[in-house]
Design a protein. Structure first.
Lengths: 159, 767
């Protein structure tokens, strides 16, 4: 299949690539660039494990074709910690036990980051509904919500 | 509270940073150089004869490197179907190609000719003579026929007297139960204690019902995956997403007839398992075969759809249950006849039917359970395998009896609960348990005793028991020159077990928790370890870790006595140093100094070894209370409160323990309220998250967990396995709450809104 040139900006790095138009952004991130922190849980946009941030919005990268992400700013889980410091959301997931097997965690953290960046001033109920696109099978969500609320509180306080 | 400094504390998990940064390596993250992508070719029919498999077109596709069918399995062990398929999605062939999309294209180019056969999906249909036979014409007798046949056999073997009249009468009796000749049976199990007939005769109240529990999928978030690499010498390396690398090693060896030592299994970080991640032929064997044929490493990764078609979910079942009690509330008899849907192969957890006995003193009990073949994939364990189904029936019926007697459901349970020394129906004597403490704890925490409910609101309670498994394990621990300690073992972390092991070793060696690191070896390097299922890990590996740390501690004290020129009795290991207890001024040596000293003299590295086989486990109880509100117009049930208590023996890491309780409870909630693998005439019809709904954060409130600690005599620090119990009572908790709210007894799960609406229209019938 003919390949197309794309320029992806991932976690601040530019990647000039030739990719088949049928490859999803998820496949490009994982197989071409080698950023495997973003997970594939369903390939149908239903579980949220592949969530990354594209131009400030959380998207399921299995539902986006790589060629359409050209020139956009993409942040994956690998781009969240800076200078060896974990992002407050990552730290909150550790503090509260907001993860178990960890497979859904990158997606949850990226979805939470987009929500908190947009508006950290949400109630628990609002976060519960806003995170309804991400599935976790281990935690029962109680500690994930604790993590997100803790991080939102910290971000509110520091901003 | 305990005097411990590391165990019993809410410490961050040892895998924390790798899990929140995306660095943890799961199966699909493994990418050896030259790796090919595998794809399994699956049956398009639920039951069909295979007339031909034509791979010629697929072979011509550029990028295809290997195609395999059952002809490529030298051992002849069934990996792919040849003559007949028994379920939709059954593997027929596999392809390896240079690209995942090419592999998928090639799989579609493989032409398979079928002759479609009649399908049976329902266990109650499958046992009838009219059902298509999946594995032949053999039949099994139902409970009455078994009893009568046993009598006939006994009378026939009597040499002394002529019993022919009686035998003829019994044979006529046998004819009356012709509907008890069951077809398509995969397995059967029977338990009995006391005399149920007599027991029921003494009861004032007898309740009888049929409970139908659907097949549900474990739905671990990481689909099955394996990467296999066979080198030219025949050595095979498999990166496997599995709960039991050693089980996978022996499984591959047995299936393919390869010596054990030729196979190295590297367990990758596991994206959830819940019992469903022990399968050998699902992805591991095809990956090995494709690698052997292509000479390249091959990854076989399932899609979510493939998970639903060809995973090994939890079996659904039909349980006919009868319970009798006296009007003052004593349960006297219980009888169950269960049919478990084991799919195309045997293996459903039919032995768990005995769990209808619950934690109650029931003097008379009789259980007859059958595994039944249907045109579905085989089944596997799912978190306390079989218990949620059996306990749903048992605990639902218990509430109906309590209601008929007019007793509070919690008091009724407390009154009938077993205590230490009571006899377990068909199961020996009860050890020290915390059943009553655990139920009382949840009742208190939930506010049961002064509960209030508005219209259409209700409260439900249920309890479920489970006993953790146990198996062999080995742990090494080394103490280094910098005073740190390193643990080496071979068991898969099942969301927190590595942390528990680390806490135990840090406690005993008095090394700061953050200076103890843990590494899991592959099957070539690590000591053997039992699989991470059945809540075994903390119990087994915790005990093993204790032994290893105590062994290292012994060596440390021996070396310190030598170095400090004193007797071991004068020494104490504390805060990472060995102190002479009687010395004034104080005299001590740091663990790091001791390790360095030992290296530079004749002592050698400080290594402790723990090897453990088994110890008796102690039952654990999970007790839950839910408050719900049912909308009578839409039938939707909203959970207002969900409280879960559990006797964990001792919580080595309370944060991890709470996580297990919360997660298990929500899985139970999902089984009760929403999950159900649905089957049409041609197999599973809801193989994806749109049609197979699992809960999201929007579906539930906070789960409140209550930890109860009644120590297990043989558990490390008294710990019991915590992973499985919390799913066991929730199905009944929810059904009992819905009953309390709107008066509808749902006996067929899940409690879907339309079922509730229909039942309300029919005045509570037909749910």
């Amino acid at each position: 299949m003919a390949k197309h040139p794309v320029s992806l900006k991932v976690n601040g790095d530019e990647h000039d690539l030739l990719i088949e138009p049928r490859k999803t952004l998820l496949a490009v991130l994982r197989d071409t660039i080698g950023l495997t922190g973003t997970k594939e849980g369903c390939s149908t946009g239903d579980c949220g494990a592949c969530t990354v941030i594209v131009d400030g919005k959380a998207v399921t990268s299995c539902m986006v074709l790589g060629v359409t992400a050209s020139e956009k700013e993409i942040t994956t889980i690998e781009g969240l910690a800076s200078d060896g410091e974990l992002h407050p959301i990552q730290q909150a997931f550790i503090d509260t036990g907001g993860y178990q097997c960890g497979f859904c965690t990158p997606g949850f953290i990226m979805a939470s980051k987009a929500l908190v960046d947009e508006n950290p001033d949400r109630s628990e109920e609002e976060f519960r509904f806003a995170l309804g696109g991400n599935i976790c099978r281990c935690t029962g969500y109680t500690k994930i919500l604790e993590a997100v609320l803790q991080a939102a509180e910290e971000i509110r306080t520091n901003s | 509270m305990s005097d411990y400094s590391v165990v019993g504390k809410k410490l961050p998990r040892v895998d924390a940073v790798e899990k929140v940064t995306g660095a943890a390596q799961y199966g699909a993250d493994v990418h050896p150089a030259g790796m090919l992508y595998g794809k399994i070719v699956r049956s398009k029919h639920a039951h069909a004869k295979i007339l031909s498999i034509d791979t010629s077109e697929a072979e011509k596709l550029p990028g295809v490197r290997a195609i395999i069918t059952q002809d490529d399995v030298p051992s002849g062990r069934r990996v792919f179907a040849t003559d007949k398929v028994l379920y939709l999605g059954e593997p027929l062939a596999a392809v390896a190609a240079t690209d995942a999309d090419v592999a998928e294209e090639a799989a579609e180019l493989i032409k398979i000719e079928y002759e479609v056969l009649p399908v049976v999906q329902d266990v109650m249909e499958s046992i009838k003579p009219s059902a298509p036979r999946l594995h032949g014409d053999e039949t099994k007798d139902g409970p009455h026929r078994r009893n009568i046949s046993a009598e006939i056999k006994e009378l026939s073997s009597d040499q002394e007297e002529d019993n022919s009249d009686e035998i003829r009468k019994l044979q006529a009796e046998l004819e009356k139960y012709s509907d008890e000749v069951y077809y398509n049976i995969s397995a059967e199990t029977h338990n009995e204690a006391g005399d149920v007939e007599k027991g029921f005769a003494e009861c004032d109240i007898v309740v009888e019902d049929t409970y139908v529990i659907p097949r549900v999928h474990q739905t671990y978030m990481e689909p099955h995956v394996s990467v296999a690499s066979a080198d030219s010498s025949g050595k095979i390396t498999v990166w496997a997403s599995t709960q039991g690398p050693f089980a996978i090693r022996s499984g591959i060896a047995g299936t393919l007839g390869i010596p054990l030592t030729q196979i190295n299994v590297i367990g990758t970080t596991m994206g959830g398992g819940f019992g469903g991640r022990f399968g050998v032929i699902i992805t591991h064997v095809p990956a090995v075969l494709l690698s052997q044929k292509s000479g390249r490493p091959v990854r076989v990764q399932m899609t979510r759809e493939e998970e639903f078609l060809d995973g090994r979910p939890a079996p659904g079942c039909v349980i006919k249950l009868k319970t009798g009690a006296t009007k003052d509330g004593h349960i006297l008899a219980r009888q169950a006849l269960a049919f478990w849907d084991s799919g195309s192969v045997s293996g459903a957890s039919i032995g768990s039917t005995i769990r209808v006995r619950g934690v109650y003193k029931i003097p008379n009990i009789k259980i007859d359970a059958y595994g039944v073949h249907t045109n579905k994939s085989g089944t596997a364990a799912y978190r306390a395998p079989g218990a949620p189904q059996a306990i749903f029936a048992g605990e639902s019926q218990l509430d109906d009896i309590a209601a008929q007697i007019g007793m509070d459901p919690v008091k009724f349970r407390l009154m009938n609960m077993r205590e230490e020394g009571d006899s377990v129906p068909a199961g020996g004597s009860e050890p020290k348990v915390g059943y009553k403490e655990t139920l009382e704890a949840v009742a208190d925490a939930a506010g049961w005793w002064d509960r209030e409910a508005d219209d259409n609101q209700g409260w439900g309670v249920a309890v479920g028991d489970w006993t953790n498994g146990c198996g062999p394990g080995g742990v090494y621990v080394s103490v280094h020159e910098d005073g740190s300690a390193r643990i080496f073992h071979g068991s898969m972390d099942i969301t927190g077990t590595d942390t528990a092991i680390t806490q135990i070793i840090a406690e005993i060696l008095t090394v700061p928790y953050e200076n103890v690191t843990i590494r899991r070896g592959d099957t070539d390097s690590a000591p053997y370890s039992t699989g991470s299922g059945g809540s075994v890990v903390t119990f087994t590996m915790g005990n093993t870790a204790k032994l290893a740390a105590e062994d290292a501690r012994r060596r440390i004290l021996e070396l310190a006595a030598e170095r400090l020129n004193t007797n071991e009795d004068n020494l104490e290991l504390k805060d990472g140093a060995v102190h002479i207890v009687t010395a004034d001024p104080p005299k001590s040596i740091l663990l790091g100094e001791l390790a360095a000293y030992s290296l530079s003299t004749t002592g050698g590295p400080i290594v402790g070894k723990g090897s453990f086989a088994r110890q008796p486990s102690t039952p654990a109880l999970a007790a839950q209370i839910a408050k719900v509100e049912v909308d009578p117009d839409t039938g939707r049930t909203r959970v207002l409160k969900l409280v879960a208590s559990q006797d964990v023996g001792f919580a080595i890491n309370p944060m991890a323990v709470e996580g297990q309780i919360e997660g298990g409870t929500v899985q139970g909630y999902a089984w009760a309220m929403m999950e159900e693998m649905q089957y049409g005439d041609n197999g599973n019809v809801n193989p994806g998250f749109v049609d197979y709904r699992v809960p999201t954060s929007a579906d539930l409130p906070t789960v409140e967990s209550v930890i109860v600690e009644v120590p297990a005599p043989n558990g490390p620090y008294g710990a019991k396995g915590v992973g499985e119990p919390p799913i066991t009572p929730t199905l009944a908790t929810m059904a009992n709450a819905v009953k309390d709210a709107v008066g509808i007894r749902v006996t067929e799960l899940p409690i879907k809104p339309e079922k509730v609406v229909d039942a309300l229209k029919n005045n509570g019938h037909g749910a």
